[in-house]
Every structure is written in structure tokens, then in C-alpha cells.
Design a binder for this molecule. Structure first.
Ligand code: SAH
Length: 414
């Protein structure tokens, strides 16, 4: 018999909810989240992963979603409209749709990318990344625990991976039952070592991902397009990669012909990973020829204090500066200050690439902060590009759009 798939958990009576009028309208317009304080009525307590049927004020069914009693996002919507079965076919169709959407985007030169991006691909609170023959499944709601066996079955059937690793979001909180972050859900061959590092390719560069313990699912796949853009800008330039992590931007800059690349990160682990990534790509003549420097320091402090160090291209890609809504105003000020500090390290006619991955800071507010920093500097900076989410990280609703970058370039500077 096939393992159980995410279908209705046997429970009687069926879990039924009614929402506030405002929340009902929001769900009907396609927003995938119902917050706890929007639930006006429910017929009984629900368990994590149970299907919650949502009825309107005329007692007519209009949506169905996964229930999570521990999360402030009480229901993650799976479907709005006529009643339909959330069965094996439902999930198979959604997986195939996500895979089909990505079919044209990557060739054999890129073997690490996102296969499922949560709500925006119809899989609320679940992310699936591919690194070569390894799949990393990351979950953001306890609702998925009840359905993992079925998901693993589907992934194996459609993707034939050698390894499936489970990652747990910090948002799940401390009371995570039974499962561990980094746990192997499936393995084809002999048992993988505890420190599993997978080598994959991105635009022909070889990179490592620490799939069991690394940040995110092991690598920042979301910056692929910005890295490629940096490669195109880097020829004959000296580059500072602030918040460099495993050196993704640095490698692209080196391949693009940068004369030197400086990695700046607080983490010794991250800097060591960047060294390994450079070693993996030594066969590229421009990478082998690029001068390399690493600085282990707090980037905010280092940028503030080492003003004698100037670069032709400065990349700023800090971690999220606003973990919650209340931190938004402070984060915007911090982005402005950081951009100002980055600009102060630009050589004449230099380029600044400033990124933000804070979901709580809207795109325009982040761009506004960087533009303000540019105006306040004594440099003639011209904005020539902004970017958002890459195609394999679609964002179908406001809260899902976290990544943005702005490119400034000095023209005729002193
Ligand atoms: N640009 C990277 C991703 C950056 S992730 C890429 O393309 O892969 C953010 C990085 O910032 C992490 O490596 C983390 O170690 C580092 N970091 C966090 N706080 C820092 C600080 N105060 N100073 C320097 N680095 C910091």
C-alpha cells in the first residue's frame, strides 16, 4: 500500500471555520494566510495538519487549508472556490505544475535551484530546493509533519533524488515534535555523513551547499541572478563583497575578470566555505588569476572604520535587518546607514550593489533608503537598475516578496 498522502485526516466532525468579513474578503482575493485573530468561529479544536474547511456567512463552503494551532498563521489556504478533494492527485498536479514552470529556466550548467517556493507555488509553508541529486525540503509550519511520508513518496516518484533532507524553519518554534533539523528523510545509497556537503553547479560554477546545517537550505540560491549581473560588471575592478557568506558573489566577480576580490564576513565558517568554493573553480583562468583577500569582521564596524580601503565595486548583502514588523523603521535607517558606508568605500566611478532580504521592509522603502544615502553622499551616483525575486522564487503575494537589490554607479566622479 502506498504511504498516506496529504489528504483529509480521518477526523469527525470535519473542522469548520468561519472568518471575520475582512479576512473572508482577503482570502477570496487570493491571499493564502488566515491569522488566528481572523477566525470568528470554529466547531472544535483542530490538530496541526488537519484540513480546515472555511464557510462564509451563508454557510457556503468557499476555501480549504491546512490548520496549525500553534502558529499565528492559523490556516494556510490550499484552495479557494468549489469544494474539491485534497488527495494524492491534488498534490501530484501541484508538484508537476511547479516542475513544469521551471523546465525552461535551467540548463545542465545550473543544478541548484528552487523547485517549490511555498505558497507562491501552491505549497503553503513548504520549500523544496534541488542541489544536484539532493532534495532539501524545508517546512515553515507544523502542519506538514503529518504529511511528510506522502511528500517524500511524491518527490521520489517525480525527481528520483539520491538524498532527501528535512530542514525546519526557526518559525516552527521550540516545540517541534519528533523531527530534527537536518534529518535524512530518504537516502538511495550508503548513509551520508553527518556533515553532508553537496557540490552543485550554478551557471557553470561549482559550489558547495551544507544541506544539513547551512543557512537556508545550504546556499543562497535566491541571489543567482544578481551574482550573474555582478559577473558582467566586474572586469578590471577591485571588489568588496560584504556579508560574503560562501563567496558566491566573489566567485562570479572573479570569473568576470575582477582584479581582486575581498570577502568580508563575521563567520569563520562562511569564509572557509568561500575558500573551498574558490578551490573548486581554480580551473577558470580568471578565477585563478584574481587576487584574493578575506576579512573576518563585523561588516558594519569594518566599513565604518577602514575608510582608507577603496574598491571599484562594493556589494552589500546583509542578513535580514527586520525579523518582525516592529523592527521595520529601525531596519530602514540601518539600510540607509549601511549604503552610506558602502558608498564611502567606492573608488571614483565605482559601483554599489545594495541588497535586502528583509520581508518586512517593502521594496520601495529599501530603494528609498539607498537613494537617500546616495543623495547625502558627495558623489554623483546614478541609479541604473533595481531587481526583485528570481523566477524560481516566485512571490504571488506581498509578504512573499522579500528580496530586492539596487545598483548605483558613479559617473564623472571626483
Ligand atoms: N551574499 C551571500 C549571502 C549573504 S548571507 C550569498 O550570495 O551567498 C549573510 C551573511 O552575513 C552570512 O554569511 C553571515 O555570516 C554574515 N553576517 C551576519 N552578520 C554579520 C556582520 N555583522 N558582519 C559581517 N557579516 C555578517
Amino acid at each position: 500500500m502506498k504511504p498516506p498522502l496529504p489528504s483529509s485526516v480521518a477526523a469527525t466532525p470535519r473542522l469548520r471555520l468561519r472568518l471575520t468579513a475582512a479576512a473572508e474578503a482577503i482570502v477570496r482575493r487570493g491571499h493564502p494566510w488566515v491569522f488566528a485573530d481572523s477566525v470568528r468561529e470554529q466547531n472544535r479544536e483542530g490538530a496541526a495538519g488537519e484540513l480546515a474547511a472555511i464557510f462564509d456567512r451563508n454557510d457556503k463552503f468557499f476555501a480549504i487549508g491546512f490548520y496549525d494551532p500553534q502558529s499565528p498563521i492559523r490556516v494556510r489556504i490550499l484552495h479557494v472556490g468549489q469544494s474539491l478533494a485534497i488527495d494524492e492527485k491534488f498534490w501530484r498536479d501541484r508538484l508537476v505544475a511547479a516542475l513544469t514552470r521551471r523546465r525552461e529556466w535551467f540548463d545542465a550548467q545550473t543544478t541548484g535551484y528552487r523547485l517549490i517556493n511555498g505558497e507562491s507555488d501552491g505549497w503553503p509553508g513548504l520549500v523544496l530546493d534541488r542541489y544536484e541529486q539532493t532534495c532539501v525540503l524545508k517546512i515553515y509550519t507544523a502542519a506538514w509533519f503529518a504529511h511528510l511520508t506522502g511528500i517524500v513518496h511524491l518527490i521520489r516518484e517525480h525527481l528520483h533524488p539520491e538524498l532527501i533532507v528535512l530542514r525546519l524553519s526557526r518559525k516552527l518554534g521550540v516545540s517541534v515534535p519528533l523531527r530534527t533539523d537536518g534529518e535524512v528523510l530518504f537516502q538511495g545509497g550508503p548513509a551520508p555523513p553527518a556533515n553532508t556537503t553537496v557540490i552543485f553547479q550554478e551557471h557553470g560554477l561549482r559550489l558547495e551547499a551544507d544541506v544539513r546545517r547551512g543557512q537556508k537550505t545550504g546556499f543562497f540560491l535566491d541571489q543567482r541572478e544578481n551574482r550573474q549581473q555582478v559577473e558582467a560588471l566586474a572586469a578590471h575592478r577591485t571588489v568588496l563583497n560584504a556579508f560574503s557568506f560562501s563567496g558566491g558573489f566573489s566567485l562570479y566577480a572573479a570569473r568576470g575578470g575582477a582584479t581582486s576580490v575581498t570577502d568580508l564576513d563575521l563567520s569563520a565558517h562562511a569564509l572557509a566555505a568561500a575558500r573551498r568554493n574558490f578551490a573548486l573553480n581554480h580551473n577558470h583562468p580568471t578565477i585563478a588569476a584574481c587576487r584574493r583577500e578575506q576579512i573576518q569582521a563585523d561588516a558594519f564596524q569594518w566599513l565604518a572604520h577602514n575608510l582608507d580601503r577603496k574598491f571599484d565595486l562594493v556589494i552589500l548583502d546583509p542578513p535580514s535587518l527586520a525579523r518582525r514588523e516592529a523592527e521595520r523603521a529601525g531596519a530602514i535607517r540601518a539600510y540607509e546607514k549601511l549604503a552610506g558606508a558602502g558608498i564611502a568605500h567606492l573608488r571614483r566611478n565605482g559601483i554599489l550593489v545594495a541588497c535586502s532580504c528583509s520581508g518586512h521592509v517593502p521594496q520601495e522603502e529599501f530603494f528609498g533608503a539607498v537613494r537617500t544615502a546616495a543623495r547625502r553622499s558627495d558623489r554623483r551616483l546614478i541609479e541604473w537598475q533595481t531587481t526583485g525575486q528570481p523566477p524560481d522564487h516566485p512571490a504571488t503575494f506581498k509578504e512573499a516578496a522579500y528580496l530586492k537589490a539596487i545598483y548605483l554607479r558613479e559617473r564623472g566622479g571626483k
